[in-house]
Design a protein. Structure first.
Ligand SMILES: Cc1ncc(COP(=O)(O)O)c(C=O)c1O
Length: 400
């Protein structure tokens, strides 16, 4: 049971609301998320309801239930209910967009070097499919870099590419919050630049909803995809694909629907039989967030903890975090005192120790010639977790 909102404190006591193992130190919410117990209850309730009479639920109730879930989340991110559909995850959503668009000779697709790996592979696939027609343009980013410098780089590349003959920059993929490193990207400022240059903006918002306030109407991207199963506390396999009315005609699910050409909402509402309960559990996730104090309280707690916790780990390791604080939200990136050139250290060895010996979780990656960890703050973590992980990671680093 939850206490009165005003008496709810975040940190270790919040673990009782989740299902995490007692001894596990979970500083990697960013990768797969996890759900509160009340959301699991809601999920199972929907599953039981469907099982009690699958035919009736699917043939009679599902459409309205999906509509209500879309309506609720649409209000939350300020879009119209019929501008969003559910997809299982961001990968699926971005695949639908990129594989639906048509490409012509000379088309260029822009992306940052920090793009999520599977989305980069998708760009490779598009470029291979349209062999000789489509060119991928990478904008190299190495952190630390200020937002202004990043934007200058972006503008410079657009200018240079536009000057070349017989080419058109068709689209750009930009992160809301990149994965490795986990950094808040100034996507609000990049979208207008794309608009001015007649370039489609596709926002990979995998980490956005629940981590940062979202007002999609205000930023007006051409496409936006966000995972509810990361930071919003819905069960895994629930994401939102936003496509404004003007762009809907040409966007289809990657798996062809029996409702092909019957409209964006219809097509995405059925791409074969599946369990829809994760999507419908969104009400429970939003109610839980409201009950524990709301978005601002959650977001402020996580940001403050990420900064303090990241600095604490860095001080234990004798290194630094990637700053400034303005680019940190719930995830913080801490340099390990180990260069990428180290002969013995590998991410596989680190993960083996992490799972088999120490029982904690962070993300690990290479950036700018060093190994880094990415630690996620969540309402069920506190400074003590970061301190423990700092000492464990030091022990691991010292062993190499
Ligand atoms: C920036 C970014 N994009 C896309 C994804 C893919 O998300 P999913 O596996 O839910 O499709 C992730 C996952 O961590 C991500 O961090």
């Amino acid at each position: 049971m939850l206490k009165e909102e005003s008496t709810i404190e975040f940190g270790h006591s919040m673990r009782s609301q989740f299902l995490l193992d007692h001894d596990y130190i979970p500083l990697n919410h960013g990768s797969y998320g996890t759900i509160p117990k009340v959301v699991r209850e809601a999920l199972r309730k929907y599953q039981d309801r469907i099982e009690a009479n699958p035919d009736k639920f699917i043939r009679r109730d599902l459409e309205l239930e999906l509509f209500k879930a879309r309506e609720t989340v649409a209000k939350f991110i300020n879009v119209e209910t019929n501008e969003i559909v559910f997809v299982p995850n961001t990968t699926t959503g971005i695949n639908a967009i990129l594989k639906s668009l048509k490409y012509e000779k000379g088309d260029k697709l822009l992306y940052f070097s920090t793009i999520y790996n599977s989305i980069k592979k998708l760009l490779n696939f598009i470029s291979d499919t349209y062999d000789g027609k489509v060119e991928l343009i990478k904008i190299e980013v190495t952190y630390p870099i200020s937002d202004d410098d990043l934007i200058d780089k972006f503008v410079k590349v657009i200018k240079e590419e536009k000057q070349k003959p017989n080419t058109k920059i068709k689209l750009a993929i930009i992160d809301s919050i990149s994965s490795n490193p986990g950094i808040l990207v100034p996507f609000h400022r990049l979208i207008p630049i794309l608009k001015q240059n007649d370039i489609l903006s596709i926002v990979d918002g995998a980490h956005a909803i629940g981590q940062i306030p979202l007002d999609i109407k205000e930023i007006e991207p051409d496409f936006f995809v966000t995972n509810c199963h990361k930071w919003l506390y819905t069960p895994r396999g629930s994401a939102i694909l936003y496509v404004p009315y003007k762009n809907q005609k040409n966007i289809h699910p990657t798996v062809t629907s029996p409702f092909l050409y019957q409209g964006f909402i219809s097509e995405f509402s059925w791409i074969g039989t599946q369990d829809f309960s994760s999507y419908l559990s969104i009400h429970a996730a939003l109610e839980f967030r409201q009950k524990i104090g709301g978005e601002e309280k959650i977001q402020n707690y996580c940001k403050k903890l990420a900064i303090e916790g990241g600095n604490l780990i860095a001080s234990i390791l004798g290194t630094e975090i990637i700053g400034p604080e303005s680019i940190i939200q719930n995830m913080v990136n801490i340099r390990l005192p180990i260069p990428s050139s180290h002969k013995e250290f590998t991410d596989k060895k680190f993960l083996d120790l992490m799972f088999n010996k120490y029982n904690f979780a962070v993300a690990i990656f290479e950036h700018n010639e060093y190994w880094y960890i990415r630690a996620s703050a969540q309402i069920y973590t506190d400074l003590n977790d970061f301190e423990k992980v700092g000492h464990i990671v030091k022990e691991i680093c010292d062993s190499f």
